[in-house]
Design a protein around this ligand. Structure first.
Ligand code: PMP
Length: 418
């Protein structure tokens, strides 16, 4: 018998399976499970017809480059479109700052490869997106958490954490944030905090990695873009590496996303990407570009906002009527998630076993914490299931929570009066 572990790198031995992907396995094994686990966009709003037409044209065979290798930085017309898309977000860029990535997930992996050495520290929010946590940990970096408040990152805690780490001689490389409808909390970072973060980065000589996949999924159509203005928009200093994606607006199956970074970093990211995949799929990039050129992407956005707002409302309403007062959550203004706190420090991992029996799953919140906290938190995604499935899933969740509460009362009573 070969012990393959002896062949594995230290980095690979340290890698952990994604908590969200693991829930996918549970799902595959069981029938009639309603999944609130992965933050999947709803295929019902994909622009199927338009994709089909564009695809047929691209695959006519007239242009051989469609299925050829392409430049690592990305398909040139798409890069030019990205400059215009970023301009609508008040970000001024040029080709040499841009790189198309195979999903933002690859972007996070490349950022980690380019910025982190083993033992370095990356700062993340408490809680933070697990995919980023995994990408940074894979480089054997240590992740240190910074508290969040209702309006985003706690700047006092940030200052204190950085001070403590630097006093201990640690090398802190960057802060990773998701200011718009954060995964997993749905929180929106206040505009003033965004500006203060830039001042902090300049003062402390730090970089900020800003991940912005959810900004278009803003429920309030009339609030204007001021509150979702990226940190990058005011980055006159070159402190911000900005990532965004077409996964939530077009479809994640295309795996098309992008990074804009100061040119010196973008050049490094390009070299790292050459080793990862040479280039992002050329057909995918062209389909995405065509949807933008034909105005399909732009037409999708108000549709998505209304669609996901309704789903949010259905889930929030179901939770209020099934579990009035028992669970709490910050009211999100956009995105795909509700972030629940369970009653009486109930353990979300234990509750999950009961939920599987009742036919509903979620991601237990501890997966999003780098400091071991969050046992009593739950991330529910409302983006993919239908309204009926959302209502039914919340019913099942409520039954499981009530059973768990009753059992705990019995156990507690049993302990007091043996
Ligand atoms: N960042 C965040 C905050 C996300 O929620 C996700 C998707 N769940 C990603 C990055 C990755 O998105 P993609 O690779 O599909 O672009």
């Amino acid at each position: 018998m070969i012990d393959y572990d002896t062949f594995l790198s230290r980095a690979s031995l340290g890698m952990r399976e994604s908590a969200i992907r693991k829930m996918g396995t549970v799902l595959a094994q069981a029938r009639d499970i309603i999944s609130f686990a992965p933050g999947y966009p709803d295929p019902a709003v994909f622009a199927w017809e338009e994709f089909r037409a564009i695809n047929a044209e691209l695959l006519s065979g007239r242009d051989g480059s469609v299925l050829q290798y392409g430049p690592t930085r990305g398909h040139k017309p798409l890069l030019e479109a990205l400059i215009e898309i970023l301009a609508t977000r008040s970000i001024t860029t040029s080709i040499e700052t841009l790189l198309v990535t195979t999903g933002s997930q690859q972007g996070l992996d490349l950022v980690a490869r380019v910025l982190l050495d083993p033992g370095d520290v990356a700062l993340v929010e408490l809680p933070a997106y697990t995919g980023a946590i995994t990408a940074f940990r894979n480089m054997q970096a240590e992740l240190v958490g910074v508290k969040q408040q209702d309006d985003g990152i706690d700047l006092e805690d940030l200052a204190a954490v950085l001070h403590r780490l630097r006093s201990a001689g640690r090398r802190v490389r960057f802060l990773y944030v998701v200011p718009n409808f954060q995964n997993p909390t749905g929180l929106l970072m206040a505009p003033a905090k965004r500006r203060q973060l830039l001042e902090w980065a300049a003062r402390e000589n730090m970089l900020i990695v800003e991940d912005d996949p959810y900004r278009e999924i803003f429920f309030n159509q009339s609030a204007g873009d001021g509150v979702i203005r990226p940190i990058k928009a005011d980055d006159t200093d070159g402190r911000v590496i900005y990532l965004s994606s077409f996964s939530k607006t077009l479809a994640p199956g295309f795996r098309v996303a992008w990074i804009t970074a100061p040119p010196a970093i973008a050049a490094r990211l390009e070299i790292a990407k050459q080793a990862a995949d040479l280039c992002t799929g050329g057909l995918d990039q062209r389909i995405v570009f065509e949807t933008w050129k034909r105005g399909i992407l732009q037409r999708q956005i108000p549709v998505l906002r209304a669609h996901y707002r309704q789903k949010h409302d259905v889930m929030a309403e179901a939770l209020r009527s099934e579990l009035a007062g028992a669970v709490t959550w910050p009211d999100p203004q956009g995105g795909f998630f509700l972030w629940l706190t369970l009653p009486n420090q109930m353990d979300a991992d234990l509750l999950l076993h009961r939920c599987v029996q009742h036919g509903v799953i979620y991601v237990a919140g501890a997966a999003f914490y780098v400091d071991g906290a969050g046992a009593e938190t739950v991330r529910l995604s409302f983006s993919a299931p239908t309204h009926d499935r959302i209502r039914e899933g919340v019913k099942r969740l409520a039954t499981a929570i009530r059973e768990e509460m009753a059992e705990r009362r019995e156990t507690a009573a049993g302990r007091v009066f043996p």
